[in-house]
Design a protein. Structure first.
Length: 139
């Protein structure tokens, strides 16, 4: 069995962003040479997420609006976590809802997606560098 571990780095100019990273993940799989196996993709920061869904702008905006209703950024006093001097209590909640990681099968060297599926990096406390782990395992 072979494996490859790589990190993808992101820096957004906004507090929240949703980035389709499917192409970057496929590049790591291509580099690994693995044809049959699994690919783990996970956010290495507790205020970011990795999830799978459709790359449709309306849906992405709907997610953003929905998450902001569930865990609004303001008022900052809404979150005890912000008493530590942080202002990202909402980002921790958003990450919990959207998830930490995804695992996708690799078949014939390609991500084995269902219709419309894509891998996204969800950023909920941006404006600094953060990383995503990609671990490919297989033959």
């Amino acid at each position: 069995m072979k494996s490859l571990r790589e990190e993808l780095w992101f820096s957004t100019n906004t507090r929240r962003a949703y980035i389709n990273i499917s192409g970057k993940v496929q590049e790591v799989i291509d580099k690994s040479g693995i044809k049959e196996g699994l690919c783990l993709v996970n956010a290495m920061h507790i205020t970011a997420s990795v999830y799978i869904n459709d790359d449709e702008p309306g849906l992405i905006k709907d997610y953003d609006d929905w998450l902001e209703k569930l865990a609004p950024h303001e008022p900052l006093s809404l979150y005890r976590h912000n008493n530590t001097g942080e202002d990202n209590g909402d980002a921790h909640h958003k990450r919990q809802i959207m998830g930490r990681e995804v695992v996708v099968a690799i078949t014939k060297g390609k991500l084995d997606f269902g219709p419309w599926e894509q891998i996204f990096y969800g950023e909920f406390d941006g404006r600094r560098r953060k990383r995503v782990l990609v671990k490919v395992i297989g033959e």
